[in-house]
Design a binder for this molecule. Structure first.
Ligand SMILES: [Zn+2]
Length: 96
């Protein structure tokens, strides 16, 4: 057991170990920030804008298989633009 204790004493004095401890403490804060961001953009990513007029006034109307990746189960989220009335589709992950 002496060797294990010596090794541990060396590890816990290392700068890398202390840095890692600091990072671990940050995880709950980061998780909270991610959850808040996800809640804000549950349907529409802030960078998604209308393909036709560039408006961000999009309303999700449904989803359909992505024409290119449908064999992989990839879908497109379909949005209707409130400004020009045209349809835009954005790729989404298979789980959504
Ligand atoms: Zn539009």
């Amino acid at each position: 057991m002496g060797i294990m204790k010596d090794a541990w004493d060396i590890i816990k004095d290392r700068a890398e170990w202390k840095e890692m401890q600091a990072l671990v403490k940050k995880i709950p804060e980061l998780e909270q920030r991610i959850a808040a961001l996800e809640a804000r953009s549950s349907n529409i990513n802030s960078e998604d804008v209308c393909d036709h007029c560039g408006s961000s006034n999009l309303r999700r109307t449904g989803s359909r298989p992505n024409p290119t990746f449908k064999s992989l189960g990839v879908k497109d989220a379909v949005f209707l633009c409130d400004d020009c009335g045209k349809e835009s589709a954005f790729i989404i992950e298979p789980s959504k």
